[in-house]
Ligand binder design. Structure first.
Ligand code: ASP
Length: 332
């Protein structure tokens, strides 16, 4: 057991003041966009929505919002959610005509007695609340889908075991050549974000187009409260990214928060989640899961099943793109 004087006790990072923690290196640009408002005393809820909206608007991020990759049949569907506490959360899935699932999720939270709206009903709700209807399939994503249709196998290959025929490395937009994060640029990359504001409010949100080439109708962990995202002011907040089915099998975000509620540091909490996933007998080499976690006292941490995950911590000192200290299956 570690004691405070134990030289081997890991240094647990802790936020002092407003703070943002986002998944993947593209979170850096999004955090930078949301930071000024948060730094001026803005709310954590506004900040997490803004981070997601930034990514949803960016056509170069091909796993979130406009620019996201479609399902097997070339149709887009977006998922997202937002959460403040077990009493206050909102979620939408299978959105087909509106770009900002997180904003719609916040409207669900604020204007309905429900937690989650799905499909056509969610699109109609968005429209009724003034969200603009639009085509979600970007020209780049349509092109990628056509190439995939031509070169790849249909239906049962929709979890994309291969190389995505859409190489962003050459553009330098998201991943520099040789950057091992690009390894995971072939099947997922939800933007997940957690924040603490100067008033002590904690919030979380996530937004995704889900797995590219998925079976139409598939919904992953991201928009499901307790799976992709969970926030409890009594315990902490956690958001997951990666192979949603693995996270859904263990209520990954809820599990991380529950561990923190019982006193675990974020690092210990994410380790527990990843250990359970790593223990599965059917784990495939293409499976990746990463999770970021934040406690109400500001302690934060991150972990991933395999190398190649990056995340971004933003505070008054800047936006820091980091690799997690916890990698459950290093060398894989
Ligand atoms: N977890 C998301 C899903 O399974 C994908 C991702 O994180 O990229 O839909």
């Amino acid at each position: 057991m570690n004691t405070p004087s134990d030289p081997h006790k890991p240094v647990e990072p802790v936020a002092r003041g407003p703070f943002l923690l986002s998944t993947w290196s593209f979170g850096e640009r999004a955090n930078a966009a949301a930071w000024p408002g948060l730094a001026r005393g803005g709310s954590a809820l506004d900040a997490v929505e803004e981070v997601c909206v930034f990514c949803e608007d960016d056509p170069d991020i091909d796993s979130v919002g406009f620019g996201g990759l479609p399902d097997r049949d070339g149709r887009m569907s977006l998922d997202g959610c937002v959460m403040l506490s077990p009493e206050k959360s909102g979620s939408v899935c299978a959105i087909r005509r509106h770009r900002h699932p997180v904003t719609i999720a916040r409207l669900v939270m604020d204007h309905t007695p429900h937690v989650m709206l799905a499909g056509e009903g969610a699109d109609e709700f968005a429209q009724a609340h003034g969200q603009q209807q639009e085509e979600l399939l970007s020209p780049g994503a349509a092109e990628a889908w056509k190439k995939w249709k031509q070169d790849r196998l249909p239906a049962d290959q929709s979890r994309d075991q291969g190389v995505r025929p859409f190489d962003r490395d050459s553009t330098g937009n998201l991943f520099a050549a040789g950057d091992d994060e690009s390894r995971w640029n072939n099947n997922h990359d939800t933007i997940g974000v957690l924040s603490l504001d100067e008033h002590g409010l904690m919030a979380g949100a996530c937004s995704t187009s889900g797995m590219p080439w998925k079976v139409p109708g598939r919904v992953g962990d991201s928009p499901i409260i307790g799976h992709g995202l969970y926030v409890d002011p009594q315990g902490g907040a956690a958001v997951a990214t990666g192979t949603g089915e693995l996270v859904m099998a263990i209520c990954g975000s809820f599990l991380a928060v529950e561990e923190m509620r019982r006193g675990a540091m974020p690092r210990e909490a994410v380790t527990e989640v990843l250990e359970r996933i790593a223990a599965r007998s059917d784990l495939e080499p293409t499976h990746q899961v990463a999770i970021i976690a934040l406690r109400p006292d500001g302690h934060w941490g991150a972990g991933a099943l395999r190398p190649g995950f990056r995340f971004v911590a933003s505070d008054a000192t800047g936006h820091h793109v980091l690799q997690p200290e916890v990698v459950q299956l290093p060398g894989t």
